[in-house]
Design a binder for this molecule. Structure first.
Ligand code: KG4
Ligand code: ZN
Length: 337
């Protein structure tokens, strides 16, 4: 091994994916993701079960990540983990594992902010965005517009004051009787539906903030009223309901992204997080790019949802700046940037 290379073992365990990656000099050598299927039975992530599944998965996932990267433990130069935000029990599994591993190997520990890592997922593959870069990060727990001035210099310009965009997708799916996580299914059905068939009011928040709880209530009342008139309303109109709700969510997201890009005069614009896997949102960003002359960036599908590669990339930039964590560090469920 070239002694100048930096090999980072990265762990992500903030929610229901146990993931490990090896990143060498900012290049992803391996990225293993074990998705916990157990939650499907409950219609949402059960924190206690998530922690237990992380405990079972973490050692084999790390072993395979090292094997796939063809590197030995002794070649690891630092161990990184997701420190916040997330489910505390899930975060603790990754944090304890990373600390023990780093201590055993006598290498530095690097703590990573999950939301910062979602943004830096854009810096895994080519083409990489130039700074300043504007990123709409949309996941099951967050909806943020982030101004990225440099790798580790980011500012949250606006965020949701209630539900995240992913929750709006998942809760709609639940009301339609679709299994968890419903976002990808709403996306699938929406592709065959008419987005203008049903109209839902869009909330208008100040600045760059979002609110999705009103949409959730509007969809609930709409479905209740329609089902009184026709008990089979949902099955007869599934694709159009999905298309109409998805259209509304995307419009709300894109309106704010456009406002921010215009007011800040930024032309490098991207989307990140689980909801950036949505085909309608991806197309809306491409279309906006054409219309407004933006350079648009969408990470590869495996780097949109939770993954350790994005933790490893962020950790690499922290390593270069010497930003190491103390062994006394604890994870936190919520964390400001
Ligand atoms: O980033 P992520 O994997 O985990 C969190 O940090 O939350 O995001 C998960 C969210 C879920 O709400 C899921 O339904 C949503 O991303 N999602 C989608 C799609 N794929 C994942 N939502 C809409 N369309 C999709 N294709
Ligand atoms: Zn996430």
């Amino acid at each position: 091994m070239n002694s100048e290379s930096v090999n980072i073992l990265a762990i992500e365990s903030s929610c229901d994916e146990t993931s490990a990656a090896v990143v060498r000099d900012g290049v992803v050598l391996s990225n293993l993701i074990a998705t916990q299927k157990v939650h499907e039975l409950y219609g949402g992530v059960v924190p206690e079960l998530a922690s237990r599944a992380h405990m079972q998965n973490i050692v084999p996932v790390v072993d395979v990540a090292l094997k796939n990267a063809a590197i030995d433990k002794k070649d690891i130069d630092a161990v990184a983990f997701t420190q916040a935000p997330g489910l505390i029990g899930s975060l603790l599994v990754g944090a304890c594992f990373a600390k023990a591993y780093a201590q055993a190997l006598d290498v530095p520990l690097i703590a990573v902010h999950h939301m910062q890592a979602h943004v830096l997922a854009h810096f895994i593959d080519e083409p990489k965005p130039e700074f300043p870069f504007l990123c709409l990060t949309v996941s099951g727990g967050h909806t943020q517009i982030v101004l990225c001035r440099d790798y580790l210099d980011m500012e949250v310009l606006g965020e949701t004051i209630d539900d995240a965009a992913g929750e709006a997708f998942d809760k709609t799916a639940k009301m339609l009787g679709l299994p968890y996580p419903g976002g990808p299914l709403v996306d699938k059905y929406a592709q065959q539906g008419d987005p203008r068939k049903f109209q839902f009011t869009m909330s208008s928040m100040q600045g760059y903030d979002f609110s999705f709880s009103g949409l959730k209530t509007a969809v609930l009342y709409f479905l209740q009223a329609q089902k009184k008139l026709d008990a089979d309303f949902v099955s007869k109109n599934l694709v159009d309901i999905c298309a109409s709700v998805q259209y509304t969510i995307i419009k709300m997201l894109m309106n704010k992204l456009h406002k921010a890009a215009k007011e800040l005069k930024i032309r490098n614009v991207g989307i990140a997080g689980g909801v950036s896997a949505n085909s309608g949102l991806r197309k809306a960003l491409q279309d906006a790019g054409q219309e407004y002359g933006w350079n648009v960036f969408i990470p590869k599908f495996e780097y949109c949802t939770d993954n350790a590669a994005m933790i490893g990339i962020t950790a690499y930039h922290k390593y270069l700046k010497g930003e190491f964590a103390d062994m006394s560090i604890s994870p936190t469920a919520r964390a400001a940037w």
